[in-house]
Design a protein around this ligand. Structure first.
Ligand SMILES: *[C@@H]1O[C@H](CO)[C@@H](O)[C@H](O)[C@H]1NC(C)=O
Ligand SMILES: *[C@@H]1O[C@H](CO)[C@@H](O)[C@H](O)[C@H]1NC(C)=O
Ligand SMILES: *[C@@H]1O[C@H](CO)[C@@H](O)[C@H](O)[C@H]1NC(C)=O
Ligand SMILES: *[C@@H]1O[C@H](CO)[C@@H](O)[C@H](O)[C@H]1NC(C)=O
Length: 575
């Protein structure tokens, strides 16, 4: 009996296959607090949506509550192979978890294996199917377990399979759901796929949505044998092992998959009726009558087991080595980032003046050496911050998720004894301004190096603006916030902090301008309006500085009566 239970448990435990879940994206449309109307509206939605979604034949529901600006719009969808019970418990979990992982964010999305949930103050639903697809809220999970020896060919085969799966989901399934499989070669004999849109999208919109994601294959998954892009309106996944609890719908023959032929034959198995894909069993009635109560009983026991197991898992969650951990959830990782103050005092010789690297926008920075010999930079934030420790931790956990080769990495934090310390990787060549604006050191910067620096800063900025999960406006990009590593590769520092320390902000307007005169866009200086465009303005000033080797405001230099922008503008007008 025990083995039956164990088998039943393995089959029925919800969301078995990837330990990385759930994944979340917090939007930047605004914030709410615990006692707000928004919270009350959210509770209304949470009470109805899991039931409504799991009861609907396509496992999908939307809900709205309240009035603008505190109106909550929400959407819930379970993966097409989930059963109603798994769907409902997954969504209940999602509602319980999402406010914790995106505390106070009005816009938030959470993705599990079996379901996804989005709530927002943005009214993204529209009757005529023209609402935004929310592609910016997409989450990327890569499976980099094994590289392929021929990434190009593998990618083409995967793209062909994904295209066929997306076609079926969009045009042949009213649930907008499809799974697929292709035979490849000896290295990876089989690839499995899944694609799904929210069923309210028209076939054309669904296919567009999936096409945008599939276009990311050669960009984000070049070395991945598997992966998924999870979006609020459409998602896909491909793996070398089966991961769907249901039949393969689209089967690609070996030749068309591996040659990347443009129009593969789609062989659906079985000829699925759209609402009951693969749920037909021809078991005689009597057996069913005996079996059903047994299954129900086993189900209940298994559910209790899995509930226990999840309680335990929640306490000791291990990152799955098969999935790249660079997007590990903030909440668990923030605890591991805490470094105690005694370690930091020892590393910096109690913040000795001789170890001071400089004075940044948010406080002094010290160099430290850990017992292991690793060098670190410790930013000691000025004590003006009025935020609570928990709130600050949550914000910093989000900043720590921003990882890119052109960003300085945040490796730890310390919030003890009234101190607010941020620990960064140490970057040996210090900041760009120390080299660029020094007559002698500037000689080190040949054109190639300057080009490399400009290019790297642009890449870092693009990541912050477009490719990261968070969408960060830096708000204080300048030469002293660009650090240079041993090979003169640039790394942007101080990103993500403006949001934390210039908090009184709604919809990109702040009454506390965080920035440096000379780099700030006029509308930001005058009205406090900022957006990615203000960063682009600062980037433009920085490029001019790098090219000209001159500070944007050189007031000490008597023979340069004009500031940099005026000089350049005069040249431009005279062209
Ligand atoms: C859930 O479904 C019921 C019945 O269809 C409907 O009356 C109710 O408004 C739905 N709830 C939400 C929050 O949409
Ligand atoms: C990776 O490759 C090894 C050896 O070829 C194989 O045993 C293992 O199953 C592969 N892992 C995955 C996830 O495909
Ligand atoms: C997949 O479809 C897109 C258009 O939706 C097309 O541009 C691309 O070439 C297709 N890829 C393959 C491998 O067929
Ligand atoms: C899917 O739908 C398209 C257009 O509606 C049709 O031409 C095609 O035969 C269908 N494919 C399958 C496998 O049913």
């Amino acid at each position: 009996a025990l083995s039956v239970l164990i088998v039943a448990f393995a089959l029925l435990a919800p969301g078995g296959h990837a330990a990385g879940e759930p994944w979340h994206v917090c939007g930047d449309s605004g914030e709410y607090d615990d006692k707000s109307v928004y919270q009350a509206n959210l509770n209304l939605v949470a009470a109805a949506l899991p039931k409504n979604a799991s009861a609907s034949p396509n496992l999908f529901a939307t809900a709205e509550a309240g009035a603008v600006p505190e109106k909550v719009t929400a959407l819930a969808l379970c993966r097409g192979d989930a059963n109603s019970r798994a769907c409902s418990s997954c969504l209940a979990n999602a509602f319980a978890n999402l406010p914790n992982v995106c505390p106070g964010f009005k816009e938030a999305v959470i993705y599990y294996d079996a379901c996804m949930l989005r709530y927002s103050d943005v009214q993204f639903l529209s009757a005529d199917d023209s609402g935004p697809l929310g592609v910016e809220l997409t989450y990327t999970v890569r499976n980099d377990a094994n590289a392929t020896s021929e990434p190009g060919r593998y990618q083409r085969a995967v793209a062909t399979l994904m295209n066929a799966t997306a076609d079926y989901a969009a045009y042949n399934s009213t649930r907008r759901y499809a799974t697929g499989q292709a035979d490849l070669d000896r290295e990876f004999p089989k690839v499995y796929s899944w694609a799904q849109c929210t069923p309210d999208l028209t076939p054309g919109r669904c296919r567009d949505c999936l096409a945008q994601l599939i276009a990311q294959l050669p960009v984000q998954f070049t070395d991945s044998i598997g992966g998924r892009l999870l979006g609020p309106r459409c998602s896909f996944e491909y793996e070398t092992k089966p991961f769907i609890n249901g039949p393969v719908i689209v089967q690609l023959p070996a030749t068309s998959a591996s040659s990347g032929a443009p129009a593969p034959a789609v062989v659906p198995t079985p000829p699925a009726s759209a609402t009951a894909e693969g749920r037909k069993y021809s078991v005689p009635g009597m057996v069913l009558i005996i079996l059903l109560p047994m299954i129900a009983a086993i189900n209940l026991v298994a559910w209790l087991f899995s509930w226990r197991r999840r309680q335990v898992l929640r306490k000791a969650k291990q990152p799955d080595p098969n999935y790249s951990t660079d997007e590990a959830e903030g909440m668990e990782s923030v605890e591991s980032m805490l470094i105690d103050i005694s370690t930091l005092r020892a590393a910096t010789e109690d913040f000795a003046e001789s170890n001071k690297l400089g004075e940044g926008g948010f406080g002094p920075v010290y160099k430290g050496t850990l017992l292991s010999g690793d060098e670190i930079a410790v930013k000691r934030l000025s004590k003006s911050s009025t935020q609570g420790v928990e709130e600050l931790k949550n914000e910093l956990a989000l900043v720590a998720k921003l990882k890119h080769k052109n960003l300085v990495r945040l490796i730890g934090i310390c919030l003890e004894q009234q101190e607010r310390l941020l620990i960064y990787e140490f970057i040996p060549n210090r900041s760009l301004d120390l080299i660029l604006f020094d007559e002698e050191k500037r000689q080190k910067l040949d054109w190639e190096t300057r080009y490399k620096i400009i290019n790297g800063v642009a890449r870092g900025l693009q990541y912050l603006h477009e490719d990261s999960q968070l969408k960060v406006v830096h708000r204080d990009l300048k030469a002293s916030n660009v650090l240079l590593d041993m090979n003169m590769n640039p790394k942007i520092s101080d990103f993500g902090l403006a949001k934390i320390f210039g908090r009184d902000q709604t919809q990109g307007v702040t009454n506390r301008v965080v920035g440096t005169y000379g780099y700030m866009a006029p509308e930001y200086v005058m009205r406090g309006n900022y957006s990615v465009k203000s960063d682009v303005f600062s980037f433009g000033v920085l490029v001019l500085e790098i090219v000209m080797g001159r500070k944007n405001s050189d007031c000490y230099n008597s023979h340069q009566s004009q500031d940099l922008l005026t000089t350049v503008r005069a040249c431009y007008l005279n062209m």
